[in-house]
Design a protein around this ligand. Sequence first.
Ligand SMILES: [Fe+2]
Ligand SMILES: [Fe+2]
Length: 412
Amino acid sequence: MKKTYTIDSDEERYIPISLDSLVPGSKIPFEIYTYDGTMYKSLLDKGSTYSYFAQEMIKKQALSRFFIRQANALSFNEYLQSAAKLRNMILDPTFFESRYKEFRDKWFIIDKMVLGSGLPLKVCIGGLRFPVYGELPFSIENESSYKQLLDLNADIAIRKTDIDTYYTYLDNLLDNPEIQDVLIKVRIRREKLKVWCFRVFEEIRNNCLSKDTLLKLYKHITLLIGLIKNDFTVAGKMLFFDVSDIYLYIHSTNVCLMSMMHGHVMNMDDNSLFNLGISAILHDIGRIYIDDDAKEDSHDELQRQIYRSHVLKGKESLEPYMDIPSVAKIVALTHHEREDGSGYLYGLKGDKIHHFSKIIALSDTFERMRVRGYKYPVIKRTQILQEMSKNPQIYDAKLLKDFLKFVAGLSL
Ligand SMILES: [Fe+2]
Ligand SMILES: [Fe+2]
């Protein structure tokens, strides 16, 4: 699991501890070792988070003997004393939020299925899982470690600083003639779009979106339109990943793919599909300026208002870029408007709402219901479609009918 081993024959310097005394979610203020009969191996770094992810990884390796250095005995005792407090903290939802934010700032969620091709990805892999987020840098060294990773009930991530390496890795996978599996290929293409979506968001956030980055995003969208048109069934496999919409780049990628597929079943021409794809991937760009505490269903009216302001912020942030089609700016502003006037920001009705906003509203609603935040179990596709058909008045009737038919008909 770790590459660096400590070889030390002097057993006197280590004292045994029980792994059960560690509290998931806590930061470990000392290094933890395991002993395999010949040497002490470093298992958890000082300062790392002991997450459920870490706990599960250790269990899977069937390790049983754990140690700390004798020099850390005092800090271990202090840690034990605060363990009761920590156990209570874990029950506090704000604790999860803070851990999640910390994780999200440093890590980028990847599709672990693309790692199964046999080519090694030489970066650290981390994991994140509700209820306690945490990281356990891990590298895939062989098939069994890859299998362990696939078995984990966790979102798999790489450090944001490794995104370039990951992108090159994805390119190499596509170029590799040995990889013929169309399902893997389609997932790789989706990953490439996701990486580029993330880059565009980062550059917009930093007010430095370059034409090159934008054109590359357009290229990915064009490639995916080709894929949707060539093999609609295979393209459908890019949807419904078990990941959360709390990561804007994942939500936006999913909404983009779904909206373009919807557009295709409506016989849209290439140019319209292209503009629809760009509008969809950028629809929620205003959310990069919104604090995580502001949620659409927040109990606090002020927080709800802040959340709603993402549509205005989105339009404003896209406004300076001449290479972004004006329809994408309209969609950023109006994707929460609803057919019967019950939406926001302006309460527009029917014909006053752009056609693309109406299409994207369907995929957007579907995606948000599918994941409903990271705290809840993923609900079934048929349940979501039933839920959506309970409020037909808020959608365009023809679009809703096409959408329900197209989503229900996808073979997963
Ligand atoms: Fe939105
Ligand atoms: Fe959205």
